[in-house]
Design a protein around this ligand. Structure first.
Ligand code: CMP
Length: 139
């Protein structure tokens, strides 16, 4: 089925001018960018977005890194978009990511891992609504 998923190009990616190269990987995989904006996350926004990780030891560092530079938030649409995006992103830890994946190609570390993607269809809807109004999504 056609799905939508929330994608974030993280500060390590925007800092290294990789927006276009990463978007090309999505498009070549058949994912369509149906909404996109470049924003600077506040501490409050990043903390709320990653609230599920609040008790993890990396939470403070993650929030600090996500607010350090602008990010690009996007809605990707396509057949099985949630799983397809996770496939093209590769494993969270770039050391474990498969060849050809975005994290294998571009990530600097497990934290500065270049991209975020929703982990389920249910979370995709929540994460898309966190950043986008329906009127900003243009398939
Ligand atoms: P993301 O897919 O955005 O989800 C949570 C983020 O926490 C993850 O990518 C990484 O950027 C960051 N992170 C840092 N350390 C870890 C870790 N040990 N395990 C999982 N995620 C981590």
């Amino acid at each position: 089925a056609t799905e939508r998923t929330l994608s974030i190009l993280k500060p390590d990616a925007t800092r290294r001018n990789l927006t276009g190269k990463i978007n090309a990987v999505f498009e070549e995989a058949g994912l369509r960018i149906v909404a996109q904006k470049r924003i600077k996350l506040s501490d409050e926004q990043a903390g709320a977005f990653y609230a599920v990780h609040k008790e993890r030891p990396f939470y403070g560092s993650l929030v600090a890194s996500m607010t350090s530079e602008p990010v690009v938030v996007q809605v990707l649409e396509g057949e099985g978009a949630v799983a397809k995006n996770r496939e093209v992103m590769g494993a969270t830890n770039p050391a474990q990511a498969a060849d050809g994946t975005i994290r294998k190609l571009f990530a600097e570390s497990i934290e500065a891992n270049s991209v975020h993607g929703s982990d389920s269809l249910e979370n995709a809807a929540i994460e898309i609504a966190f950043f986008f109004a329906q009127t900003e999504i243009l398939p």
